[in-house]
Structure formats: structure tokens, C-alpha cells
Write a protein that binds this ligand. Sequence first.
Ligand code: DX5
Ligand code: ZN
Length: 214
Amino acid sequence: MLVSPSLLSADFGNLNRDLEMINDSEADMLHLDVMDGVFVPNISFGFPVMKYVQKVCRKPLDVHLMIVEPQKFVSEVRDCGAEIMNVHYEACTHLNRTVQQIKDAGMKAGVTLNPATPVCLLRDIITEVDLVLLMSVNPGFGGQKFIHGTLRKLADLRRLIDETGSKAIVEVDGGVNLETGRQLAQAGADMLVAGNYVFSSADPAEAIRGLKQL
Ligand code: DX5
Ligand code: ZN
């Protein structure tokens, strides 16, 4: 299983320590949650913090933009060293164009679905995207409870990917722990995001290793 710990639950007073933990861990990527207080009812961090993370973190950056009009920030996200730029389906009026702009900027394009947005809406973009990020909580906060309907959506998504021959990988975000992670692994997830589970653990690197083995 690919694992992308979410920095949202890190201790920002000890950011270097937490980034070094990630560097030394088996994490595949680092997930960065950007919130604007409009698309989601919370504000997290922005480009200055991401630029610092880019300097210290040796893992590829998986950026999850929970913002309106993400197409305005493609070059800024690229300049922060993002490997993946995830935009929300619900935030993009011209999703095809935005996906193209992300790829033209040299990043992998991810499209994210809120829990209430059905997978079938991806049919006409699925062969263009590198990754689909399924939200298993309503975005905006770490530490929420996993929404079990995500497992059925994951099955729908795997079917759509098979039918269309898409090369997209499937990432799931929200309420992931060893138990929900195991269910997601069985349902076909390729990559798990975990914030609270990793950073509230007594041994975060060990928590990452546990998820890796799913
Ligand atoms: C939620 C964010 C998540 C969050 C996950 O809006 O997109 O990435 O950090 O946190 P946990 O793993 O604590 O649910
Ligand atoms: Zn996220």
C-alpha cells in the first residue's frame, strides 16, 4: 500500500522534527492540505509553509487543494515542488482544462470527490487523470470518523477504471486507521492518506509502517 501521511495533524511548533520523522519513515509521499475558508469551513496553511516544507522534506509532495478556483494557482503549486496537484471536482467549472493545465505544468493531475459526489461524474475525465482522491470524510478537518459508504464508491471507481482502461491510481483520505485502512485495501485503494492516526500515535513511523503493510 502507498501511504501519504497528512501534515495537517503535525505539531507545527515542531515542524522540523515531524518532517524528519516523515523523511526517515516508509511514507511514499507527504500529503499537504490547503484550505481557504470558502470551499471548506476551515483555513490551514498556504504557499510560504509549503515552500519551507519543500526545502526540508525529501518525500514527493501530494498537494490537496480544498479551495475555490484552484486553476488560478497551478504555477504556484508547481513552484512549491508538488508532484501531484489534487483539485476538487466540485471546485472546477472547467475540469478538463484545469487537468490539462496541471499536466502541462509538469505535475500529476488528481481529481478529488467529496463524499456526496458520485463516481459516475468522472466518466468523461477518468482517462485524463493520474489519480482520483476519494474523500472518506467531509473535507475541512483532521480526526473525523470514516464514512463507510466510501467502500462502495471505491468499488464503483475500480469498475470505471477497468471499463475505461484508465491508468489512474486511487487514493483515499479521511478517518484512515489500521482497521479502515484494511477495509480500503481489500476494496482496492492504491494509496492511503492518514493524519490523526499517524501523528497521534506514540510511534508515528511505526503507524506508517503498519499502513504500508496493508
Ligand atoms: C481533511 C483532509 C485530510 C485530513 C485527514 O479535510 O483532506 O487530508 O488531514 O485527516 P485524518 O486522517 O485525521 O482524518
Ligand atoms: Zn487531504
